[in-house]
Design a protein around this ligand. Structure first.
Ligand code: BGC
Length: 403
């Protein structure tokens, strides 16, 4: 069966500034790489230089939207000091996208912070929220006439868990108490930011849609020993990681749409109620380059579950990194089937973005995993469209998915 999407459906892709631009040495992430002696992001995909070319390739792929992020540390290199050069660059990026008929979705915080902000205690202190809001107001005022969709924060729970609980990302803390404070501060920054953006648009007689990107993971109890206990841990993880924040923010009416980032499934075994990841060799799903279990049906399940929010849904990230090139198309088509099936059953899905437009820096995992529709040769920064991207380009053009 063919599922036809409406002409205004936004087929797209996503990138983030730090992972692609290069030269973002003024961030806590760059400092962390140097201190921990892990792979340096350095020039990344050199997108800051090649952005025009990358946007043209996005057009060649028939994309109708591109999710980008702004690098706070570039725009505010020092406390209270903004860079006109950086604002000019992002303005040009947004103007080019619009002129190509590609709708920009703009993320304000995608995991990285300016070093000066971290030195002041970063997200652990509520008084620092104002610095983020100063940046937010500046860029929203600058770009309001050219941007309709804002994502204030990318994946707060992933940021929180990696930075403050497991400590594998900067600032490398391992404290549930601090993590709780950070969650409060991120949530408050989000709610205040939401109001600020809405006011700025209202005063200018403009309209916009604001949300945050929610990472969703299917948590399944390990079916081996102690299934009952594993089930409790999997359900607990689902609640605190996937659902609570969405419930809270939708209850406060500060979400205009649900932004879903979905990749995979995680098996959980009981290890205290929070449980831990179970990588037992008997789990049957395919594991990608990063050892993530690929599970397209979970995508469908979440899209159906999110109907309860009665808000439009945009898929703001979905993708994989594989060792075998032929598996990208398989991932793409199986996940699009889930989207199309949910859509055909009446779920209000307005757009889908593949992560990522170009290969890029995968945080603590470096440059090994390749998520791009477009391959980057890290030696000379040449770009090359990958075979599966042609399949995606056809879907974007024809607005149709076979299920
Ligand atoms: C993040 C990206 C990341 C991708 C693949 C998402 O959770 O937003 O920054 O590269 O997943 O791991």
């Amino acid at each position: 069966m063919q599922v036809n999407f409406p002409s205004e459906f936004l087929w797209g892709a996503a990138i983030s500034s730090y992972q692609t631009e290069g030269g973002n040495s003024n961030t806590d992430w760059c400092l962390w790489e140097k201190e921990k002696k892990i792979t340096l992001c350095d020039r990344a995909s050199n997108h800051y230089k090649f952005f025009r070319e990358d946007f043209k390739l996005a057009k060649e792929l028939n994309l109708k939207s591109l999710r980008i992020s702004l690098e706070w540390a570039r725009i505010f290199p020092q406390k209270g000091e903004f860079s006109s050069e950086a604002l000019k660059h992002y303005k040009e990026s947004i103007v080019i996208l619009n002129s190509l008929g590609i709708k920009p979705f703009v993320t304000l915080h995608h995991f990285t912070n300016p070093i000066w902000f971290s030195d002041l205690g970063g997200w652990t202190l509520s008084e620092n929220i104002d610095y983020f809001l100063e940046y937010l107001k500046k860029v929203v005022n600058e770009f309001k006439s050219d941007v309709e969709y804002w994502l204030i924060i990318n994946e707060p729970m992933v940021y929180l868990f990696n930075g403050y609980v497991s400590g594998i990302w900067p600032p490398g803390m391992q404290s549930v108490n601090i993590a709780k404070k950070v969650l409060d501060n991120l949530t408050n920054a989000y709610c205040q930011g939401y109001k600020e953006i809405k006011n700025i648009y209202k005063e200018a007689g403009l309209e916009c849609n604001v949300s945050f990107a929610k990472h969703i993971r299917k948590f399944s109890p390990c079916p081996r020993l102690n299934f009952g206990q594993n089930y409790i841990s999997a359900s607990f993880r689902d609640k605190i990681f996937n659902i609570d924040l969405l419930d809270y923010l939708s209850g406060k009416s500060c979400l205009d749409f649900i932004a879903v980032n979905y990749y995979c499934k995680e098996y959980v075994k009981f290890n205290g109620i929070i449980g831990s990841e179970c990588l037992h060799q008997n789990h049957k799903e395919h594991k990608n380059y990063l050892n993530w279990y690929i599970y397209p049906h979970g995508f469908y399940e979440f899209l159906k579950r999110f109907e309860k929010y009665k808000l439009p849904i945009f898929i703001t990230e979905n993708g994989t990194a594989e060792r075998d090139d032929s598996l990208y198309e398989k991932y793409l088509l199986s996940h699009l089937k889930s989207v199309a099936r949910a859509f055909s059953e009446g779920i209000d899905i307005k757009g889908y973005s593949w992560w990522s437009l170009i290969d890029n820096f995968e945080w603590d995992k470096g440059f090994g995993p390749r998520f791009g529709l477009i391959e980057i040769d890290y030696g000379n920064f040449k770009r090359k469209i990958k075979p599966f991207a042609h399949t995606y380009a056809k879907i974007c053009r024809d607005n149709r998915v076979t299920i």
